[in-house]
Design a protein around this ligand. Structure first.
Ligand SMILES: Cc1cc2nc3c(=O)[nH]c(=O)nc-3n(C[C@H](O)[C@H](O)[C@H](O)COP(=O)(O)OP(=O)(O)OC[C@H]3O[C@@H](n4cnc5c(N)ncnc54)[C@H](O)[C@@H]3O)c2cc1C
Length: 482
C-alpha cells in the first residue's frame, strides 16, 4: 500500500471515473463511462490505445452464436448477417460500432458487411478509430503512464499512484475500473485472486498442474501472400486444409468469402515446415483488407511455461516468439502461395492468462458450457472454450446456436467498494475464462463496467449494490445486450 513507500507524488486533477489500462476492455469502458457523462481518465502504459486489439493484432472474436456444424454455421448464422444480423449476433454495442466504422470504409473485414466470427483490421485504422472514439466521447487519456500503487482507506480506493515522465503522481477518483488484463489495481487493493490453475480448475479438467498458465504468443502480420495460388494448391491437396475450430469455414466457404472481399479464417497443415517439433503442426491464416496481407499464428509463435507476472519470463518470451515468427516465415516460403511472404509486424509478447480475480461470483465451466442465463447478465458471448487441455466431454459437445452469458457480479471484486474489473482477469475459473477472455466479450464487459461506473458516480454506494435492472435497461437501449 502507498503508505509503506516514501514517494513524493504530485497531485493531478480528480475524476469521476479512472480507467486503469487502455486495452481491449479499458478503452471501451472509458468511452462508455464518458458517454454517460462521467469525467473520465484513461491511463495506459504504452503510447497506443487498444492493447491486444491494436498492438497485439488479436482478431475481434466472436460476434455470433456458435455452431459446430459447418453448413449450419454458414447458412443459419453467417449468411443471416447480411439480412438480420441482430438475430444471430450475440455481441453488439460498442464492439459492433467500432468494427462497423472500419468495415463500412473498407478498413476491416466482416461478413456480409457485419462483424461475424472474426474481424481483422488495417493496423493504423484500428488505432485511429480507437483514438477518434475516445476523443469524440471526451475521454482524457494519459499514455506512457503505469499505475503502480493504490491508496485505499477501508474498502474504498481514494487514489492511484502512477509513474511516467513526470515521475510519480497521484490521481484521485470516485470510481476506478481495473482493465490492466493482469488485475494490477485489484491486487494492489488487496482483492484475492487465483494465478493460473487452482485445485478447482484441475477438478474441472482444466490444467495439468497447479499454477499452470496459458503460453505466451504472437499473431503476426505478413505481406506477399498469393491467396489465389494458395487456394488452388489447397483445392488440389485438400488434406493440407484444416478447418478452423472457431471460424468454422469449409475451403469452399473460405474461397467464396475471400472473393467477396469478406473475412476468411482457415488453417493449413505444414508438416515438416514447422520450425519447432509438433505432432500435427498447423498455421492459422486470417486475411486482411489489403489483398496480399495476412495474420499468421503457428508453431514458433508460442512460449511455454510462461508467467506474465515475471519480468524475466516476459523478456525471454519476447526473444523466443519474435525469433520463432521469423523462423516460421522463412520455412513457410516453401508452401505454395506463400513463397514471397515477409513479416511486416510481429507484436510484442502476448500474455493470454495471469490473475483471475475473485469477485462476487466466479463464473464456472458449467455456467458457460450450459449457457446459464444469469439474472444479472450484462454481456453475452458465442466463443467456445479456448484453453488447453479442454476436457474431452466439452470438446465433443454438440454445439449449435450456442451462446453464454456473463454476470455483472463477475466484474465486482471482493472487498473493494468503488472498483470494477473488466477484461481477461474477471472472476472466472480457467475453463470459463477460456470462453470469456476473447476480445469481443472483453469489449462488452468494458462497456458494461463503464456504464455501471457512471451510474454509481450518480447513485453512490458499493459496486455490488448497483441497480442491475437499470444497468441492463441501459445496455439493451444501446443494443449492447439482447
Ligand atoms: C497471442 C494472442 C492471440 C490472441 N488471439 C485472439 C483472437 O484472435 N481473438 C480473440 O478474441 N482473442 C484473442 N486473444 C485473447 C484476447 O486478445 C485477450 O484476452 C483480450 O484482448 C484481453 O483484453 P484485456 O482488456 O483484458 O487486456 P489487454 O487488451 O491486454 O489490455 C490491457 C491494457 O492494460 C495496459 N496495462 C497493463 N498494466 C498496466 C498498468 N499497471 N498501468 C497502466 N496500464 C497497464 C496494457 O498496456 C494494455 O494496453 C489472444 C491473446 C493472445 C495473447
Amino acid at each position: 500500500m502507498m503508505n509503506e513507500y516514501k514517494i513524493q507524488a504530485k497531485a493531478y486533477a480528480s475524476y469521476d471515473v479512472v480507467v486503469c489500462g487502455g486495452g481491449t476492455a479499458g478503452c471501451f469502458a472509458a468511452i462508455a463511462a464518458a458517454r454517460e457523462g462521467a469525467r473520465t481518465l484513461l491511463i495506459e502504459r504504452t503510447f497506443t490505445p487498444g492493447g491486444m486489439l491494436t498492438l497485439g493484432e488479436a482478431g475481434i472474436t466472436k460476434f455470433t452464436e456458435h455452431c459446430k456444424d459447418v453448413d449450419k454455421y454458414k447458412t443459419e448464422v453467417l449468411d443471416v448477417l447480411g439480412t438480420k444480423p441482430e438475430s444471430v449476433q450475440v455481441v453488439r454495442g460498442l464492439a459492433r460500432e467500432y468494427c462497423k466504422r472500419m468495415i463500412d470504409n473498407g478498413l476491416a473485414l466482416g461478413t456480409h458487411g457485419e462483424p461475424g466470427s472474426y474481424v481483422f483490421t488495417d493496423k493504423e485504422a484500428a488505432v485511429a478509430t480507437m483514438m477518434n472514439m475516445l476523443d469524440e466521447a471526451g475521454v482524457e487519456v494519459l499514455y506512457d503512464t503505469r499505475v503502480c500503487l493504490v491508496n485505499k482507506e477501508g474498502s474504498v480506493i481514494k487514489s492511484v499512484i502512477v509513474v511516467n515522465k513526470e515521475g510519480f503522481s497521484e490521481i484521485a477518483a470516485d470510481r476506478f475500473i481495473d482493465a490492466t488484463g493482469d488485475g494490477d489495481v485489484a491486487t494492489l487493493s488487496g482483492v484475492p485472486f487465483n494465478l493460473g490453475a487452482t485445485e478447482a480448475d484441475l477438478k474441472e479438467g482444466c490444467g495439468r498442474k497447479l499454477g499452470e498458465m496459458m503460453n505466451f504468443g504472437t499473431m503476426y502480420r505478413v505481406r506477399g501472400v498469393n491467396f489465389e495460388r494458395l487456394f488452388e494448391y489447397l483445392k488440389e491437396n485438400p488434406d493440407k486444409f484444416h478447418q478452423h475450430e472457431f471460424g468454422v469455414m469449409s475451403l469452399d466457404d473460405v474461397i467464396e468469402s475471400y472473393n467477396r472481399g469478406d473475412m476468411c479464417v482457415f488453417r493449413i497443415k505444414i508438416g515438416e515446415l514447422s520450425p519447432t517439433p509438433h505432432p500435427n503442426p498447423v498455421v492459422q491464416i486470417y486475411n486482411l483488407p489489403s489483398k496480399d496481407e495476412a495474420i499468421l499464428l503457428g508453431p514458433g509463435c508460442a512460449f511455454n511455461n510462461a508467467n506474465g507476472l515475471d519480468a524475466k519470463s516476459l523478456s525471454r518470451g519476447q526473444h523466443s516468439i519474435k525469433n520463432g515468427a521469423l523462423a516460421l516465415t522463412k520455412n513457410l516460403r516453401e508452401f505454395p502461395g506463400l513463397e514471397n511472404i515477409t513479416a511486416t509486424y510481429i507484436p510484442d509478447v502476448g500474455v493470454r492468462e495471469t490473475r483471475h480475480i475473485v469477485g462476487e461470483y466466479t463464473v464456472n465451466g458449467l455456467d458457460v458450457v450450459m449457457g446459464r442465463k444469469f439474472e444479472d447478465a450484462i454481456a453475452c458471448g458465442g466463443h467456445p472454450v479456448d484453453i488447453h487441455p479442454i476436457p474431452p466431454e466439452i470438446e465433443s459437445m454438440d454445439m449449435n446456436h450456442w451462446r453464454f452469458y456473463i454476470p455483472y457480479r463477475a466484474l465486482v471484486p471482493k472487498g473493494v467498494d468503488n472498483l470494477l474489473v473488466a477484461g481477461r482477469c474477471v472472476s472466472a475459473t480457467r475453463l470459463a475464462s477460456g470462453a470469456i477472455r476473447p476480445t469481443a466479450q472483453c469489449i462488452a464487459m468494458g462497456e458494461a463496467a463503464g456504464i455501471a461506473s457512471a451510474m454509481l458516480v450518480k447513485s453512490g454506494g458499493a459496486g455490488r449494490d448497483i441497480n442491475v435492472s437499470e444497468l441492463q435497461e441501459k445496455l439493451v437501449e444501446k443494443g449492447a445486450i439482447i
